[in-house]
Design a protein around this ligand. Structure first.
Ligand code: ZN
Length: 297
């Protein structure tokens, strides 16, 4: 295990434990979440060593990689994803310009496929070999290993998307440095993240499915992601709700809490979360953050 002795956002050297969460998906082990005493940023700490992190993704339940259709939750997830994919594309079109799109952590390539079909020059990066093979076989997409992120040339990308991916990456600062380098000066960065200040996070506490330890290394509030992005010369253009996520996260959280999905209960809690967010600083279950480089309107 690796102890994080410095806040990845503000550099403060003290953090205190705020919660113990269980890994419900793979190991069943407990992990601690600590909060920086200075800026309040929460992160999973200690966490597995970098070369052990991939061990925690080996689950059939990890549907974004395996595309399995087993079980009601997974089937609902895939249906919702179809709708969400189209919506993501509309969002990207609305808030960015340019044709060259890079999807980091693209999984099996479903979003890239939608982009390519609507005329984008789409490339993807993904650490999981099985997911890359799936992308090639099903969509004819040649997805590159994540290591290629370091080799991309400067100013060659118009749009970077990371859909629920940044919370998984170990070296946050390296990622932001690279975003700055590879994006065209008019480029746009889209980052979707779960929100630990959402109502569903409050309702479920340690059972909240989007803590997803130890796969989620970081638990960004709106202020945290804005803070680190600004350090690299990005400003937040807007934050957009992902309302369906509330329902999905509530279903999974119910399952963690009581070993049952409790669909109706989850539905009402999801709705409660979305209603709460409307009145409370857009604290939706998940948000898409749209960043532009400074100097751009
Ligand atoms: Zn901090």
């Amino acid at each position: 295990m690796k102890e994080i002795d410095q806040c990845p956002i503000c550099g403060c050297e003290v953090s205190n434990r705020v919660m113990i969460c269980k890994d419900y998906l793979v190991s069943g082990d407990d992990f601690e979440i600590t909060a920086c005493t200075d800026c309040g940023f929460q992160f999973t700490n200690p966490r597995p060593e970098d070369d052990k992190l991939s061990d925690y993704y080996e689950s059939e339940d990890y549907v974004s990689h395996s595309e399995t259709k087993k079980g009601l939750i997974n089937r609902l997830f895939l249906m919702a994803r179809k709708y969400t994919l189209k919506k993501k594309l509309r969002t990207v079109r609305k808030y960015s310009s340019g044709n060259r799109i890079l999807d980091i952590g693209c999984g099996s390539g479903s979003f890239l496929d939608v982009c390519k079909s609507s005329g984008y020059e789409a490339c993807g990066l993904e650490p999981d070999e099985g997911a890359r093979e799936f992308a090639l076989k099903h969509y004819g997409l040649e997805v590159k290993p994540i290591e290629n992120f370091l080799q991309l040339e400067e100013n060659t990308i118009d749009v970077i998307t990371m859909w629920h991916v940044l919370e998984h990456v170990s070296d946050l600062r390296l990622y932001f440095q690279r975003f700055k380098e590879i994006l065209d000066e008019k480029g746009t960065l889209f980052i979707a993240l779960p929100n630990p200040e959402s109502k569903d996070a409050q309702m479920y506490g340690k059972y909240w499915a989007a803590f997803d330890v130890p796969r989620h290394l970081y638990h960004f509030r709106q202020t945290d992601i804005k803070n680190i992005a600004e350090q690299y010369g990005f400003h937040l253009e807007t934050a957009l709700p992902m309302k369906l996520d509330a329902y999905y996260i509530c279903m999974l959280s119910e399952k963690h809490k009581s070993a049952k999905s409790k669909l109706i209960r989850s539905f009402f809690k999801g709705m409660k979360s979305n209603l709460y967010a409307r009145r409370n600083d857009k604290n939706y279950s998940s948000l898409i953050y749209v960043f532009k480089q400074d100097g751009q309107a």
